[in-house]
Design a protein around this ligand. Structure first.
Ligand SMILES: *[C@@H]1O[C@H](CO)[C@@H](O)[C@H](O)[C@H]1NC(C)=O
Ligand SMILES: *[C@@H]1O[C@H](CO)[C@@H](O)[C@H](O)[C@H]1NC(C)=O
Length: 330
């Protein structure tokens, strides 16, 4: 309680200071937010403050279609019109730059490569802009979305923008139907084969090149198809981007099967710093926004519970929970 009160005070004092300061020196810039409190140093707004410190970020506090959410599988609705997602790489391998942004591991494809998705719940074609990794300090947390209240060690988010309607990501993210995010949960496993695509990003030679904020490393010859698990099943809902300004322009597509990484790869992720090398080490892990209320939104899926086999009776109320859990949690 005391900590919260102190932050509120600092926050209040900050507003008084900035109102008289010249705009050029304002700290209210795009990157002035954090996932968790820093032990020392100046106040940086954590998720519960994002919507309060900057009027341009109102949606983070006031929005009614925010992400991430906790997917309660008993609330899902089967939609027979949801076709499989189409991924188009033009048969080419991908080159891109992997960054430590201080907040995420981010992989941006080079402009020369066009990867787009369409179909499924999407009415337009969306171009891949960025692949972003969220992960936890412990194996029971790290994903932004939860499944029946449970977190995963990590979550890969493939962020695409609507290339039919908009010129680029920055225009799309603030516009209707602007963004499509494909989410794949990450699990840590000793026995399952680690994901080939993530292997390229997370092997020690590569991941240690981006130990510190602003570090970047070029990767070539990536095959997008390797990242997607072998399933056409997904869960979809309408939500927001999960960082400020929390624009409510995103269609989310959660793939109904996880990808695996090794314990060593998970460990390497946790050793990434949020800071530059000359500053104190602060692990990037737990870079997740807490889940937001679903309110009256609907969660749709193409997982056809009643068609799982001849022995599945028309027991739809019970089946979904079992099926989806089994797919994701195995
Ligand atoms: C999607 O990507 C493919 C392959 O790169 C390309 O041929 C196609 O024109 C793209 N679709 C749109 C709508 O740009
Ligand atoms: C995005 O497109 C808009 C509209 O065409 C343009 O004004 C803006 O400069 C572009 N932004 C970037 C970052 O390319």
């Amino acid at each position: 309680m005391r900590v919260v009160w102190n932050i509120a005070l600092i926050c209040h004092a900050y507003f008084i200071c900035t109102s008289s300061a010249q705009p050029g020196s304002s700290k209210l810039h795009d990157g002035w937010w954090a996932y968790k409190d820093v032990v020392q140093g100046s106040f940086v707004p954590v998720p519960s403050f994002w919507g309060l410190v900057n009027s341009a970020w109102n949606l983070c506090a006031m929005g009614k279609r925010q992400s991430p959410i906790d997917i309660e599988t008993s609330h899902m609705i089967f939609d027979p019109y949801l076709t499989p997602l189409r991924i188009n790489t033009g048969g080419r391998r991908l080159g891109g730059t992997m960054y430590n942004t201080g907040k995420h591991v981010s992989l941006r494809p080079d402009k020369a490569y066009l990867v787009n998705i369409s179909g499924g719940p999407l009415g337009y074609s969306y171009r891949l802009e960025e692949i972003r990794l969220h992960f936890g300090s412990e194996d029971y947390q790290g994903s932004e979305h939860l499944l029946n209240g449970q977190g995963f060690p990590g979550e890969v988010q493939l962020i695409h923008y609507n290339q039919d309607l908009y010129a680029n990501y920055s225009e799309a993210v603030r516009s209707p139907h602007g963004i499509a995010v494909v989410t794949i949960f990450i699990k840590v496993s000793l026995s399952e084969n680690p994901n080939t695509f993530l292997n390229r990003m997370l092997n020690r030679d590569t991941i240690t090149r981006i130990n510190y904020k602003h570090d970047a490393f070029l990767l070539m010859g990536l095959n997008m198809g390797d990242l997607y698990p072998d399933t056409t099943r997904y869960i979809t809902y309408e939500g927001s981007v999960t960082i400020p300004p929390c624009y409510e322009t995103a269609t989310w597509i959660l793939i109904n099967k996880p990808v695996y990484i090794t314990q060593m790869q998970m460990h390497s992720l946790r050793l990434l710093s949020q800071h530059e090398p000359y500053k104190i080490f602060l692990s990037m892990s737990d870079n997740t926004r807490p889940t937001q209320p679903l309110l009256q939104r609907c969660i749709r899926t193409n997982i056809h519970f009643s068609k799982q086999g001849p022995h599945c009776p028309n027991n739809r109320a019970v089946r979904p929970q079992y099926r989806v859990n089994q797919w994701l949690l195995k």
